[in-house]
Design a protein around this ligand. Structure first.
Ligand SMILES: C[S@@+](CC[C@H](N)C(=O)[O-])C[C@H]1O[C@@H](n2cnc3c(N)ncnc32)[C@H](O)[C@@H]1O
Length: 387
């Protein structure tokens, strides 16, 4: 039976007769893989099987040209062994396959109304901001001109925002969308990210979202509030002030920041910890605090070079930040946000709340390590007040 099913799937693929194939109910829980969704897409005139691996925290894509039969066969075989449920939507059939623990297979078929296969590879781009589309909010913010063309000097920012939206989209799977989701953007500045996140979450994903941007620049905040009013972005608002003084008694689901200067990222972390926010994302900016204290006599062969010292401080600071989040029950990692050509400030600290337990060992280890360097960090001092 197993061979028949695999051979049927392969036949559907090679005959271009798959609208969608989903492998779910994954046997190996350690993989943290929810499902794998396959579609046929046309790339440079070749039909490919595009596989979207939806892990708990990230989504990965792979394309296999369907003429590479042995590769397709191996992949389908692997996926078959991994999934307990397989759903295949062909042009005129919906096939549900259930595979038991002991690999007993049952198949349920339903004939459906014929639906042509779409090989449109570019469809995914619609999910984020499309540089060929005119967005009134991007025009208001000065990222696009009145014809909807991206202004050259803003192109890197546009790419950063698009990339950030990709991470935000992944985060939405961890949030309860049956109620209003509240997001805070710390050091929102000109608020390109804040507006884009609001637009994307409310107008593209149709989620009930409230976003608040906070920044020290009074005029910029007023300007952003005017734009939000003008565009009727009713649940988007901006508050003038220092993030350290910002209080909010409501439930905060997610805290984000993009290039918030120096310790503003630490304050964002402290606030997120206090609110037990479910998601925390930060792409920090300048990590001056550690750089100012590091003495070159610790690893002189490295730290005598200013550029190495700066990079070392950045890596150290962000690693401590990520570990502090871990100590407070977050699953945290640091990933590349965008290419270094776009911006050298390209580390994203990404954290998802998993427990309310606090691991004091992590904090004391960090403290010990920092004191061996004769370095003090505002974040570590402040975080003790939350215990
Ligand atoms: C480099 S800009 C980034 C702005 C925006 N997030 C972006 O990516 O375009 C950093 C912003 O953080 C704000 N900022 C820095 N420290 C702050 C603080 N303590 N409270 C509020 N805003 C702060 C600055 O005013 C500035 O607008």
């Amino acid at each position: 039976m197993e061979h028949e099913i695999i051979s049927e799937i392969l036949t559907h693929i090679t005959n271009n007769n798959i609208n969608k194939i989903t492998f779910s109910n994954i046997r190996n829980k350690e993989l943290e893989l929810d499902k794998v969704i396959g579609k046929l897409v046309s790339i440079k005139n070749n039909i490919n099987l595009q596989l979207e691996y939806r892990y708990r925290r990230i989504i990965k894509h792979t394309n296999i040209v369907t003429s590479d039969f042995s590769n397709i066969e191996t992949t389908i075989q692997e996926l078959f062994e991994l999934a307990k449920d397989i759903n295949i939507v062909t042009i005129n059939e919906n096939i549900n396959i259930k595979i038991s623990k002991k690999f007993k297979i049952s198949v349920n078929r339903k004939t459906t109304v014929s639906k042509a296969i779409s090989f449109d590879h570019n469809k995914k781009k619609e999910y984020f901001l499309d540089e060929k589309k005119k967005y009134p909010f991007l025009i208001e913010l000065g990222i696009q001109n009145n014809d909807g063309k991206i202004i050259k000097s803003k192109y890197n920012k546009f790419k950063q925002i698009n990339k950030y939206l990709e991470f935000i989209k992944q985060a939405t799977t961890q949030l309860d969308s049956s109620k209003q989701i509240t997001i805070l953007d710390f050091g929102s500045g000109k608020s390109y990210l804040t507006f884009s996140a609001y637009y994307y979450l409310t107008k593209v994903l149709n989620l009930n979202v409230k976003i608040i941007g906070i920044d020290l620049k009074k005029e910029v905040i007023e300007h952003c509030n005017d734009i939000a009013d003008k565009l009727n972005f009713t649940n988007l608002s901006f508050i003038y002030g220092d993030v350290i003084d910002y209080e909010n008694k409501d439930e905060i689901d997610m805290v984000i920041s993009l290039h918030a200067c120096n310790t503003a990222t630490d304050i964002a972390i402290l606030k997120a910890l206090g609110w037990k926010a479910k998601v925390f994302f930060a792409v920090p900016c300048c990590q001056k605090e550690v750089n100012g204290q590091l003495k070159a006599d610790f690893m002189p062969f490295m730290l005598k070079h200013g550029i190495i010292k700066e990079k070392f401080s950045t890596l150290l600071t962000d690693s401590v930040r990520s570990d502090v989040l871990e100590a407070f029950g977050y699953k945290s990692d640091i990933v590349e946000f965008i290419s270094a050509e776009n911006t050298p400030k390209n580390q994203l600290i990404r954290a998802y709340k998993t427990t309310n337990d606090i691991n004091k060992n992590i904090l004391s280890n960090l403290e010990q390590f920092l004191s061996s360097l004769n370095v003090k960090m505002f974040l570590l001092d402040e975080v003790k007040k939350l215990i």
